[in-house]
Write a protein that binds this ligand. Structure first.
Ligand SMILES: N[C@@H](CCC(=O)N[C@@H](CS)C(=O)NCC(=O)O)C(=O)O
Length: 206
């Protein structure tokens, strides 16, 4: 059975868990990282020298990097709808997955670390405000892209929706002012209809 190593509060672990639910794939998960530690133990570093989560072990095949894991699992289980073989459709999905990891994720992470991981008296409002601004800019771009589309890569749900979908939950969960982004809101509500999103992502952050 697929082993997933990583705490379920990690956005990168959640990507893999959500996908497993989409694929109806059984797995065994182990709590590693964050308060559970063990990610810097020699046994773990031998599997993933970055000391980060997630890492998966698929019957002896060890893989890390959440997006590589998602692509591997989608391809292995023939999830053509989630990650099509057609090169251009696939490239479009890959592009938005990368955008989630390199633009939306880094924009919202400082705010997440402040609001969720820092005791209130130590929080820095300037860091939160800057992160809020950057995230609003990223999501404004996404809102324009989503005009006339149900999901990021078109009319159906794909891997493109997963990385930024996880950040969208955080954005709507934080007690902040948000610009009116109707297409992002409608997309976020559509994601909320999915069992994997509700189970693995839509959980209280503190
Ligand atoms: N690029 C990596 C990033 C992995 C990463 O940064 N994981 C974080 C959690 S989201 C981590 O392991 N942090 C240390 C910890 O949880 O102890 C991926 O996508 O898998």
């Amino acid at each position: 059975m697929l082993r997933i190593l990583g705490r379920k509060t990690s956005s990168n672990v959640q990507k893999v868990l959500w996908l497993c639910t989409e694929l109806d794939l059984p797995y065994a998960r182990e709590d590693i990282g964050g308060p559970y530690g063990r990610n810097k133990d020699p046994e773990y570093l031998a599997l993933n020298p970055n000391g980060l989560v997630p890492t998966v072990d698929d019957d002896g095949f060890v893989l890390w990097e959440s997006h590589a894991i998602m692509r591997y699992l989608a391809a292995k289980h023939g999830a053509e709808a989630l990650w099509p073989a057609d090169l251009k459709a696939r490239a479009d999905i890959d592009r938005w997955m990368d955008w989630g990891a390199t633009v939306a994720g880094p924009a919202i992470t400082p705010m997440f670390l402040q609001i969720v991981r820092t005791p209130k008296p130590d929080q820095d409002p300037k860091v939160i405000a800057a992160s809020q601004q950057k995230t609003a800019e990223a999501l404004t771009l996404l809102d324009q892209h989503l005009a006339g589309r149900k999901y990021i890569a078109g009319d159906s749900f794909t891997l493109a929706d997963i990385p930024t979908g996880i950040q969208a939950f955080r954005w709507f969960w934080f007690p902040i002012e948000r610009p009116d982004l109707p297409n992002v809101k409608a997309w976020y509500e559509r994601l909320g209809e999915r069992a994997g999103y509700r189970q693995h992502v839509m959980n209280p952050l503190v």
